[in-house]
Design a protein around this ligand. Sequence first.
Ligand SMILES: Cc1cc2nc3c(=O)[nH]c(=O)nc-3n(C[C@H](O)[C@H](O)[C@H](O)COP(=O)(O)OP(=O)(O)OC[C@H]3O[C@@H](n4cnc5c(N)ncnc54)[C@H](O)[C@@H]3O)c2cc1C
Length: 288
Amino acid sequence: MNSFTYESPKSLQEATSLLSQQSGVIRPLVGGSDLIDQLRTNRKQADLVMDIKSIPETTSMEFDANGALHLGSAVSCADTYANPTVRSQFTAIAESCELIGSIQIQNRASAGGNVCNSSPSADTIPALLVHDAIAVIASAKGLREIALNEFFTGPGKNVLETGEFLVKLVIPNPSANSASHYLRFIPREEMDIAVAGAASFVTVDSSGTCLQARIALAAVAPTPIRAYEAEKVLTGKIITEDLIDEAGVTAAASAKPISDVRGSADYRKQLVKVLTKRTLQKCLRTLK
Ligand SMILES: Cc1cc2nc3c(=O)[nH]c(=O)nc-3n(C[C@H](O)[C@H](O)[C@H](O)COP(=O)(O)OP(=O)(O)OC[C@H]3O[C@@H](n4cnc5c(N)ncnc54)[C@H](O)[C@@H]3O)c2cc1C
């Protein structure tokens, strides 16, 4: 591990001013559950580690007048899934936070860190994608926003440029009669990385017709992906078991997995089919 400077700015302004003055590699730190190991094993280097847990904008979790969730990038997974409104209105996000590591990891790790680490298998990302999350990014130039759907550029890579960091995720208030769920497959009960994951979000009208469907997948492409074709299978129709089957098959067709020690490409496609079906079935049960 190379030696680095550690700073803990107390405000957004202090953080962005630090970013603008510093040359070299700056690594924001939240829970450190990815970063500390990456630094210790020399998989990542840092000249400055900037702990962002003392910045009010990153540590707050609040709902605006429209009911949108503003999830600070340093809010722990445990605080996120403990919130009753997150559990009931943003269920897939709560479920994904509750799957990360162990209780100890969940008390340190954040969805923000999960997003910025940008692993294709990250659990919170499909859940945030089906909820149409927006990333709010700070730099010395000010704030900018980008749809999370456009945030990921490759395994472990994203649009964040030198001098930028994620302040918060803004997640719109779901319309009435909406439900979301996230499921993943791992070979044991917990403390493992998803072989595949799927999140679904469904909105129906009073007749049960699907007004909106969003499906996102983990660990089956270089980045987390939306399964747009599978979404089209459901939109505008009454969701039946046959349609759910078709959506599962279509989602599997949009997956582009690799074969590795955790599973073959074919196995992962099969998992996508099953997990997509199960998350859609769960959404329908929630909506009843
Ligand atoms: C035992 C164990 C089990 C795990 N299990 C899972 C699991 O089941 N599922 C899963 O998805 N992950 C898992 N992980 C990985 C890790 O816990 C998650 O990715 C976690 O959400 C990272 O959050 P963090 O706050 O600890 O991030 P950190 O480690 O603090 O940061 C992660 C990366 O993002 C950057 N970063 C952090 N915040 C920002 C920001 N605001 N702006 C810009 N860059 C930022 C950091 O510089 C670093 O590169 C596990 C890790 C361990 C050690």
